[in-house]
Ligand binder design. Structure first.
Ligand SMILES: [Zn+2]
Length: 182
């Protein structure tokens, strides 16, 4: 089950172009198909699993170029580093180092990005976003789609089970992470 969130007339027409040519004509990039997105998600899932093994919150992310080149990877490190600003996406972004242009990049994350990480995607003009799941938490992925980011939501059961199990076992830690009351 894959959902490509596209809104607006421009995005709709771009979607038709992609369907016929496999290429996003607006940006000249290869489009994100489900198979490619699932391959990219594997790296983010590995990060999430490592986070869980460390006693941390199991959310992972990776930043790729459209051609599949891995640029950076990371995981939520609130517990490990005692640092609430290290979300999976920010960790992957920092791991990738400096770049002039992010329009040909794809942020891949096991969970719908929070507003902080959605802001990161928008701020730096990251052109694509792959979301493992948006059931446990729904952040800003639809907002990003409305602003021209190509968004693919995979609704991946492995992501949902990994984080869902953690939330059930550690509700206070989860509420701390998302800034909600217990
Ligand atoms: Zn975040």
């Amino acid at each position: 089950m894959v959902t490509t969130t596209s809104t607006g007339r421009d995005r709709a027409s771009t979607g038709r172009d992609r369907a016929s040519t496999g290429r996003d004509r607006q940006h000249g990039h290869l489009a994100l198909d489900e198979g490619a997105a699932r391959r990219l998600l594997e790296v983010a899932l590995e990060e999430a699993r490592e986070g869980l093994a460390e006693g941390g919150i199991p959310i992972g992310a990776a930043l790729f170029r459209r051609d599949g080149t891995l640029l950076g990877r990371g995981r939520n490190r609130r517990v490990q580093d005692g640092d609430p600003s290290v979300h999976a996406e920010t960790a992957a972004f920092r791991d990738a180092g400096r770049r002039r242009d992010y329009s040909d990049c794809v942020m891949v994350t096991t969970l719908s990005p929070c507003w902080y990480c959605s802001g990161l995607v928008r701020q730096f003009g990251i052109g694509g976003l792959v979301v493992g799941e948006a059931r446990t938490f729904t952040g800003g992925h639809e907002w990003l789609a409305e602003h021209g980011v190509e968004v693919v939501v995979l609704d991946d059961p492995a992501c949902t089970e990994l984080l869902g199990g953690f939330v059930t076992a550690h509700p206070a830690l989860w509420h701390e992470d998302i800034g909600a009351g217990d």
